[in-house]
Design a protein. Structure first.
Length: 147
């Protein structure tokens, strides 16, 4: 038995994700001084203002340490505004400077998405998104395998 990397879906997803993420991080760092983690967090707080870092980690599956470092960096640069809610809870929202950065990166991110989906029909795009969402919904099943 041996793994067929041309048909092993988790491997293909990982390869695609790593390549897209790595190139985005390099580009965003070069152009805007941020990495893909900062972009993801900025997008998260744009969608979910006054949310917490721990909630962002849960939703996006990101490492808490990386998120904490990124949030500190973005607060220092004036892109996120913190609002303490007791001793251990801090909520954040995107500042006007953060909105400006978000909107600039957003345009580039959408152009990159269009390049990635070049040649896909509208129906194929809808099917792909539906299948990816189904896979996300199956993650609990995957986590139970082997336990």
């Amino acid at each position: 038995m041996q793994l067929d990397l041309d048909t092993y879906v988790p491997g293909l997803l990982l390869w695609l994700s790593n390549r897209v993420s790595s190139s985005a991080s390099s580009l965003y760092n070069e152009r805007f001084g941020i990495g893909v983690t900062e972009w993801r967090i900025l997008s998260y707080f744009k969608i979910h203002p006054w949310s917490t870092a721990s909630r962002a980690c849960e939703l996006m599956g990101l490492d808490k340490g990386a998120v904490s470092r990124s949030i500190s960096f973005m607060v220092e640069n004036g892109w996120l505004d913190p609002r303490p809610q007791g001793l251990r809870k801090i909520e954040y929202h995107v500042t006007p400077a953060g909105n400006k950065l978000h909107n600039t990166v957003f345009r580039l991110a959408m152009a990159r998405q269009e390049a990635l989906l070049d040649g896909f029909s509208a129906t194929e795009r809808e099917s792909l998104i539906a299948m990816l969402k189904r896979m996300l919904g199956n993650l609990e099943n995957v986590q139970r395998v082997g336990r």
